[in-house]
Write a protein that binds this ligand. Structure first.
Ligand SMILES: [Zn+2]
Ligand SMILES: [Zn+2]
Length: 233
């Protein structure tokens, strides 16, 4: 995928219109006149074009109405501010899950507030956490998600159990694929595991209907290729 030119949502070429059109920004949902659209119709406003990764993640997750957390994550991963690997994935995972969860439940004010809290908590998970502390930040992100939606604290009982258990389950899935780290593989594994966990334990279904196929292997020099479940030949 070409990241330096073309549409930052899908990578396809941009078209320049002689007469501006009204279009909705993919990331912030603002409706504006634009002379630039991609061939798939995507529009990204100037303000969103200039945002750093964490702002793009927060903005998109608070405004999107998508129910599939993998689809939310994949759109964000294609944004050029989100690196192939990097600690922004520690926020991307809980943000995508919180967005999907509250989009399913229909509680949008709470969603905005919880995504802001997730961003603050995710800042505590530094880069390299996986290899240096034995706790992949994508897995910790699932714990942040469950802690926030259940209101867990260090003194809770059931919420505390579930928050630690969701991290354990996703971390095991991540660990069993071995290293080297891949923030894309681990984010996909964490989100899928968290969606299963949320359905089984809270009865809320975040439907994963997009196939989980990786579009980033060419950018990853340590890609496991055929040993990665998401590798596309
Ligand atoms: Zn596009
Ligand atoms: Zn925008």
């Amino acid at each position: 995928m070409e990241k330096s030119s073309g549409c930052i949502v899908c990578g396809k070429e941009l078209t320049y219109l002689e007469i501006p059109k009204r279009a909705k920004c993919v990331y912030c949902s603002d409706v504006q006149d634009t002379s630039t659209l991609c061939v798939n119709g995507h529009f990204v406003c100037d303000r969103c074009h200039r945002l750093p990764a964490e702002d793009v993640i927060e903005k998109y997750c608070t405004t999107t109405t998508i129910l599939d957390p993998i689809a939310i994550a994949q759109t964000l991963m294609k944004n050029p501010t989100v690196n192939m690997h990097g600690p922004e994935h520690h926020f991307l995972v809980p943000a995508a899950l919180i967005a999907a969860y509250y989009n399913v439940k229909g509680n949008l004010d709470t969603k905005v507030q919880k995504i802001g809290q997730a961003r603050q908590r995710a800042e505590m998970i530094k880069g390299g956490f996986c290899g240096f502390l034995g706790d992949c930040g994508a897995a910790v992100g699932t714990g942040i998600f469950l802690s926030l939606i259940t209101g867990a604290t260090p003194l809770s009982r059931e919420e505390w159990k579930l928050s630690n258990l969701i991290t354990a389950k996703s971390l095991e899935k991540i660990a069993m694929h071995g290293g080297p780290r891949c923030c894309k593989r681990n984010s996909f594994l964490a989100i899928r595991s968290a969606a299963d966990f949320t359905r089984e334990n809270l009865g809320i279904v975040m439907p994963i209907t997009t196939p989980i196929t990786c579009q980033f292997s060419a950018l990853n020099k340590e890609c496991l290729t055929k040993d990665c479940p998401f590798y596309l030949d």
